[in-house]
Design a protein around this ligand. Structure first.
Ligand code: AMP
Length: 287
């Protein structure tokens, strides 16, 4: 096994090592949960791991900053990478194995396949601003699911559209795994934890919780009978007032992500993406 000595957990660097570890667990009759991440672990990732441990005997977390889900203009090169610290956090939370492959291991010479995603991936939310993103996500997640073949894979509701895209993809491609969503973990002031929050200046950090506050207020307003359009307009105005530039603030069907005109038409989700300076934050909330 290609294990580093950096922590008590095995850090697996290649697919063969991952498969050997999983086969050993399977031979013992053990179940396996996979939690895909890009690392720079925070309490949101740890919450997913704890959920994984509730769902299966063994927990694997992948740490892979996936180049194919970043546009050329995005932060792939500068995305925070901290494998040593991540391994310590993962070990402290009781994880079993970290899978941290290189780009070359994941995308060998001649790699030429990608998954074309529709349905929730074409909802007109993140896909409008990151048109190649979900194809990259779906392709790498399909690879990770094939490499690990877990019983369960855990994804955060923080990336709500991604959760729906991955669920749809696994179902459509008959991948034999249960995709599970876990709630968003927040700072005490409401800001959703994100590896990208470190990009925020002190002033931006102070304004950032207003995104969640605006969505929470919007959900409250809609539940109080205020029209969806009026509630969304108020949310947009309140984040603009503290310096956000919104990409979108929308009310959608919580399952399909299709536009939804009336509260009575089904469970609803509010989803938003907005930029504070150079940092783009996303958030969402149930209504
Ligand atoms: P990332 O490393 O940002 O790609 O995220 C890896 C997984 O962690 C994804 O399923 C995310 O949705 C999830 N995640 C990220 N931030 C949070 C959070 N604040 N609470 C819960 N899950 C999160």
């Amino acid at each position: 096994m290609a294990a580093d000595g950096a922590s008590q957990v095995a850090i697996l660097r290649d697919v063969a090592s991952l498969r050997a570890q999983v086969a050993q667990w399977r031979a013992q009759g053990e179940t396996i949960a996979l939690t895909p991440t890009m690392g720079a672990l925070h309490a949101g990732h740890v919450a997913l791991l704890l959920e994984a441990k509730r769902c299966a005997r063994r927990s694997v977390m992948s740490i892979f900053v996936n180049p194919t889900q970043f546009a050329p203009t995005e932060d792939f090169e500068n995305y925070p990478r901290s494998l040593e610290a991540d391994a310590a956090k993962f070990a402290a939370a009781g994880g079993d194995a970290l899978f941290a492959p290189s780009v070359e291991e994941m995308y060998g010479e001649g790699f030429a396949t990608k998954i074309v995603v529709g349905g929730p991936a074409e909802a007109g939310l993140e896909d409008r601003f990151r048109p190649t993103h979900f194809s990259g996500v779906a392709t790498v997640v399909a690879k990770l699911l094939n490499q690990c073949r877990p019983d369960v894979a855990i994804f955060g509701e923080k990336d709500y559209q991604q959760l729906k895209v991955v669920t749809r993809m696994a179902r459509d491609l008959d991948i034999d795994v249960a995709i599970l969503g876990a709630p968003t973990i927040r700072e005490p002031d409401g800001l959703a934890l994100s590896s990208r929050n470190i990009y925020l200046s002190a002033q931006e950090r102070a304004a950032a919780p207003n995104l969640h506050a605006a969505l929470a207020r919007c959900a409250f307003d809609i539940n109080s009978g205020i029209s969806i359009d009026a509630a969304l307009a108020a949310a947009k105005a309140s984040i603009a007032a503290v310096g956000f530039e919104a990409d979108y603030v929308e009310a959608r069907d919580a399952q399909t992500l299709a536009p939804i005109a009336r509260r009575e038409d089904g469970p609803m989700r509010l989803l938003a993406a907005a930029r504070l300076g150079k940092t783009r934050l996303i958030d969402n909330i149930a209504v």
